[in-house]
Write a protein that binds this ligand. Structure first.
Ligand code: ZN
Length: 147
């Protein structure tokens, strides 16, 4: 039987061996870029997964991380590190675009809900269910009129 590493296991920095917070593009100890890991967009920025996100803080982090991931910064790093920083930069762009839009952020939170179910998502889920019920009610009305 093959034993695979759990996704939730804390990552260790490939360079200094210190633990790296889930999804963080850099090591908090030595600052080296990390290989991209399966993590949620909030985790990449070290922000709590919630609908009412601190958008100015998100922007600040995005620009700080983007500068650190810029190819020029890694021009003298190993080829592997350059590849990782490119991959991280592209992930970071996706994460930023998704989280700064209130609509995309809501959709993303609902998608996360399929994986984990903390209390913070409950309100969002309930609201989405209400909206779906309303759509279903409207559809029934339309269908009954069509008959
Ligand atoms: Zn390190």
């Amino acid at each position: 039987m093959q034993i695979t590493e759990s996704v939730s296991a804390p990552a260790k920095c490939w360079s200094c061996g210190e633990e790296v917070a889930d999804g963080q593009p850099f090591c908090g100890s030595c600052g080296k870029v990390q290989p991209p890991r399966q993590a949620d967009y909030f985790g990449m920025f070290g922000l709590p997964p919630k609908l009412n996100l601190d958008v100015p803080a998100l922007e600040k982090l995005f620009y700080r991380y983007s500068r650190k991931l810029h190819p020029d910064v890694h021009a003298r790093a190993s080829l592997q590190e350059q590849e990782w920083s490119l991959a991280q930069a592209s992930l970071l762009n996706d994460a930023y675009r998704t989280l700064k839009s209130p609509l995309d952020r809501t959709k993303y939170l609902l998608r996360l809900e399929g994986v984990q179910r903390p209390a913070v998502f409950r309100q969002t889920i309930l609201e989405a269910r209400d909206a779906r019920t309303q759509v279903e009610e409207s559809l029934k009305v339309i269908q009954s009129r069509a008959k």
